[in-house]
Each structure stands twice: as structure tokens, then as C-alpha cells.
Design a protein around this ligand. Structure first.
Ligand SMILES: [Fe+2]
Length: 218
């Protein structure tokens, strides 16, 4: 059975009826039904409040697990340019906008966190000579970040993914990967982790959108 953190279950469960969400959380450690980080807990808070029998939902769950690390892989290039958009003229592939927040496990926003993204193009190729589809940015004072890019293509042996390093100021580097829900290859990729799935993925006006909350030790 695949282990999911309570935060992840809540993120996945926002579209489920509240009893199903709570049932899914019953076997998880922690102080009972509560929402995840502030950026993801809105609908759950509303549902809990309307239930009338639950304790007030905390603004933040201090017991959240940090975002798990994953292998860097062979294609990281240091010193990427600072840019929030990796899209260049003539670049193929569906546009993708991913936005989110960097939080500590204590639910504090991490401002000026470094986020360095790299990914394959729509044909599954990495640019290992230059910096195409590579770039870093810093979170804002609220821990917010936003990446404009394209949906990465598949390459042999891997499901669809985006690589990222995240580092709080003077903190350790978290190296991990982000994944897309509903991908047939997810179940065949030994590196894939459901805890690293983008949330709230939808297609609007030709652009795919999603979100992710990084949780760093601290
Ligand atoms: Fe990769």
C-alpha cells in the first residue's frame, strides 16, 4: 500500500465528501481531523465548520511531514538563469503554470527560498549544453512562487516529472521531483511518489495549471 501523509490525503481529498476525507485520515498520526498548510486548508476548513460537530480546524498543522527528497538524476546543470518563466519563443508543448508556497514544518512561510527547476522539453529531451527549460527563482515574503513553463515530455523509463531544488536561506538543499496526476506511467515508475503530485491540476484556455506546497524542515 502506498503511504500518504495526512497533508497529502487532505490535498487529494478536497474533492471528496468530508466523511471520506476524515475516514482516510483516521489511521494517520496526529491530533485528529485538521487541515494542512494554510494554502491548502480552505475548503476543508469550510467543510469542517459546516459539519457542526468537529473541533475548530487549526490554521496550520504543525505535524506535517517535510516534502520528501528524490534523486537529482543525471541532468542537473548548476548556475541556471534567474527567471520565473522558462517559456521561449517557438517552444513546443502545452503551456504549464505551477504555483505554490514554501513553508516550514512549523507552517511558517519561507521567503527568499531558492527554487531551481529543470525539466525535459515536450519531446522528452534535456538541454545539457545550455539552459533551455532551466531556471531559478526566489519565493516572495509569503513563501509564494510561480513557474511558467511547458508540460514536460516523457522519456524512456520515467513518468512525466519536473526536477526542482528548494533551499531556504542558509538551509539545506531539498532535491526532489514533481509529478502529474492521472499519468499512466506513474504506476510503472519506481521513483514516482504520490506525495509529490501536483494539486488542483486543470486545463484552462490551453494552459495546464497546478499547485504544490513545499514543506521544509524548520
Ligand atoms: Fe528527469
Amino acid at each position: 500500500m502506498i503511504h500518504l501523509t495526512r497533508r497529502r490525503l487532505l490535498q487529494l481529498g478536497l474533492a471528496l465528501p468530508l466523511p471520506m476525507v476524515l475516514a482516510a485520515c483516521d489511521d494517520q498520526p496526529g491530533p485528529g481531523p485538521s487541515a494542512g498548510p494554510a494554502t491548502t486548508q480552505g475548503p476543508a476548513t469550510t467543510a469542517a465548520a459546516s459539519g457542526g460537530t468537529l473541533a475548530p480546524t487549526p490554521a496550520c498543522d504543525d505535524g506535517d511531514d517535510p516534502t520528501p527528497a528524490q534523486t537529482e538524476g543525471p541532468y542537473f546543470t548548476p548556475n541556471s538563469p534567474q527567471r520565473a518563466s522558462l517559456v521561449e519563443a517557438g517552444m513546443g508543448g502545452r503551456r504549464l503554470v505551477v504555483a505554490g508556497t514554501v513553508l516550514t514544518t512549523g507552517c511558517r512561510p519561507v521567503g527568499r527560498a531558492l527554487l531551481d527547476f529543470w525539466q525535459a522539453d515536450d519531446a522528452g529531451q534535456y538541454d545539457n549544453q545550455g539552459y533551455r527549460l532551466r531556471g531559478h527563482q526566489f519565493s516572495d515574503a509569503d513563501g509564494g512562487w510561480r513557474l511558467e513553463t511547458i508540460v514536460p515530455g516523457l522519456y524512456t523509463g520515467r513518468t512525466r516529472h519536473i526536477h526542482v531544488m528548494v533551499q531556504a536561506p542558509d538551509g539545506p538543499v531539498l532535491t526532489t521531483q514533481l509529478y502529474f496526476p492521472g499519468e499512466p506511467e506513474n504506476d510503472r515508475d519506481g521513483i514516482f511518489s504520490p506525495e509529490l503530485l501536483l494539486s488542483d491540476v486543470r486545463d484552462t484556455a490551453g494552459t495546464r495549471r497546478g499547485s504544490f506546497t513545499f514543506v521544509l524542515e524548520g
